[in-house]
Design a protein around this ligand. Structure first.
Ligand code: BTN
Length: 246
């Protein structure tokens, strides 16, 4: 039987999502391998955006075995549930899940998740603004048609105090504990749990999909996690896209 977790905490890396080879070795003996870094010099976001990662943020990647694209998607949704649940339990912070990969506090971005996969390993990269000044992450913001509010926020801003190193470690472990519990469930079960938590369903959204920005309403997720939108022209199922505003 494999042990649960091996964590490697570095001072600086290019991106914690770049360690598949190291992960492959650790995953022979551990169910999860985590690469955690105080700062990243080339942090990445979705759609080739850069993710500015100064000291003070919680920048880490959970590596675990994954046998298919469906399982990668499941782990992706599971990770946002894990972060949401952990922030609520440890700090009483109530976040909103934004399809497909963000965690918001009110109308501000607190956390982004980038899931990548290689050779039957999923890398779930989690970027959580913890103590970093939110102004430093502004360059990742996309201007939206209606947008003056879509700014980043950090736990420090929400709590009006810095998060301690002990709390940072507890948060990391709580997230992995939740991931471990969720990993045995199916994608359909995970999507149901995602929908039962506060999320963007029911809201009017600006959605960027296939290079176009449309104004529509997010109404539901399919059992496999695609977004169902509704406008005057009827319902649409969106498999990949970015919600720019809600
Ligand atoms: C997004 O919102 O576009 C996803 C951002 C993901 C950032 C995290 S930080 C840890 C991991 N390493 C990276 O380079 N990216 C992810």
């Amino acid at each position: 039987m494999r042990a649960l977790l091996f964590v490697k905490w570095e001072l600086s890396v290019n991106s914690t999502n770049n360690f598949f080879e190291e992960a492959q070795i650790f995953l022979n003996n551990y169910k999860f391998f985590i690469k955690l870094a105080d700062l990243q010099t080339s942090g990445r976001g979705r759609e080739n955006r850069s993710w500015i990662s100064p000291k003070g943020g919680l920048w880490f990647t959970i590596y675990t075995e994954s046998s298919s694209p469906k399982e990668n998607l499941k782990l992706h949704f599971a990770s946002s549930i894990a972060v949401h649940t952990s922030l609520n339990k440890l700090f009483g912070i109530n976040t909103i899940l934004k399809w497909p990969n963000d965690i918001y506090f009110k109308d501000k971005k607190l956390c982004g998740i980038l899931t990548e996969a290689k050779n039957q390993i999923a890398a779930i990269g989690i970027g959580l603004n913890l103590n970093n000044s939110s102004s430093l992450t502004k360059s990742m913001i996309i201007k939206t048609p209606s947008d003056t509010k879509f700014q980043p926020i950090s736990c420090k801003d929400i709590l009006s105090r810095a998060v301690t190193n002990e709390e940072k470690i507890s948060l990391l472990l709580e997230i992995v504990k939740n991931m471990n519990n969720l990993k045995s469930l199916s994608l359909e079960e995970i999507v149901k749990i995602w929908k039962s938590n506060p999320n963007i369903l029911g809201k009017s959204i600006y959605l960027k999909t296939n290079g176009k920005i449309i104004h529509t309403k997010a109404v539901d997720l399919t059992p496999e996690g695609a977004l169902i939108c509704e406008s005057d022209k009827g319902k649409n199922i969106i498999y990949t896209g970015d919600i720019l505003g809600f």
